[in-house]
Design a binder for this molecule. Structure first.
Ligand SMILES: C[S@@+](CC[C@H](N)C(=O)[O-])C[C@H]1O[C@@H](n2cnc3c(N)ncnc32)[C@H](O)[C@@H]1O
Length: 208
C-alpha cells in the first residue's frame, strides 16, 4: 500500500483515530514543539486535515500536503498540494516550519531538511514531532509487541485495518531521532521524548 493511498483512504477518520491512539495527547505533543517557534509565517509541512490549526493563532500559515483528500478537510485558507522534498517557495520565505507525524512518510528526510533549510530565513526554526520506538531496547521490544496487536485492532474497529498495519510498520522504518537529527544542515536546538515509554519525540532545528 503506497503512503499516498493510505492518507487518501483514511482522511475522514484520521483525526478521530489519531486522538484515540495517542490517548488524547496528540495536540499536547504538537503544542510543546510549536512553543519553540518564532511568530510570523509558518509552513505546516504535511499539514493534512489541519489538526494543528487551533494552535497556530500567532502565525500566518500555509498548509502543504501531497494528499488533496487530506487537504480538502483543512480549514486553512492557504493550502498547497506538494511534497516536502520539493517545496514550491522562494528561499527564506518562512520564519517557521512545523511538521507533525509526517517524517516516517517522507521518501527522503535529507531532501526535505535541505528544502526546509532553503525556505527558512536565517534564525528561522523548524519544529518536528513524530512517533518512533522507545530509546531503551527492552522498552522498544515491549512497545513493538503492544503496537503489533493494538494498532490493527483499533484500525479494524474504525474500518481501516490495512492502514494501521502500515502505521505499525512505519514505526520501525527510521533510525532513532538521536541519530537521525545528529547531522543536518540545521543546528539542533533541542530534542526530547514524550508519551508512554518515550515513543514520541520532538526536535527543534534552527537555520544559522
Ligand atoms: C499522519 S498524517 C499527519 C497530518 C498532520 N500533520 C497532523 O498533525 O495530524 C501524515 C501526513 O503526511 C503527508 N505526507 C506524506 N508524504 C509526504 C511528503 N513527501 N511531504 C509532505 N507530506 C507528506 C500525508 O499526506 C499526511 O497528510
Amino acid at each position: 500500500m503506497s503512503n499516498g493511498k493510505v492518507f487518501a483512504d483514511i482522511a475522514d477518520k484520521y483525526d478521530r483515530i489519531n486522538r484515540i491512539l495517542s490517548f488524547g495527547q496528540d495536540q499536547k505533543w504538537r503544542q510543546r514543539a510549536v512553543n519553540h517557534l518564532p511568530s510570523g509565517t509558518l509552513l505546516d509541512l504535511g499539514g493534512g486535515t489541519g489538526a494543528a490549526n487551533e494552535i497556530f493563532a500567532r502565525f500566518d500559515v500555509v498548509a502543504l500536503d501531497p494528499s488533496s483528500e487530506m487537504l480538502s478537510l483543512n480549514s486553512e485558507p492557504r493550502r498547497v498540494v506538494a511534497i516536502g522534498e520539493r517545496l514550491p517557495f522562494v528561499d527564506g520565505a518562512f520564519d517557521a516550519v512545523f511538521s507533525a507525524y509526517v517524517v516516517r512518510n517522507l521518501d527522503s528526510l535529507d531532501s526535505t531538511l535541505a528544502e526546509v533549510h532553503r525556505i527558512l530565513r536565517p534564525g528561522g526554526r523548524a519544529a518536528i514531532v513524530d512517533l518512533g520506538r522507545p530509546k531503551a531496547p527492552a522498552a522498544a521490544r515491549l512497545h513493538r509487541l503492544g503496537s503489533r496487536v493494538v494498532l490493527p485492532a483499533v484500525g479494524a474497529l474504525a474500518g481501516a485495518r490495512d492502514e494501521y498495519v502500515y502505521l505499525n510498520r512505519s514505526l520501525d522504518k527510521l533510525p532513532p531521532p538521536e541519530v537521525m537529527y545528529a547531522d543536518t544542515p540545521l543546528r539542533q536546538v533541542d530534542l526530547w521524548r514524550m508519551g508512554p515509554l518515550g515513543f514520541v519525540y520532538g526536535v527543534v532545528l534552527e537555520k544559522e
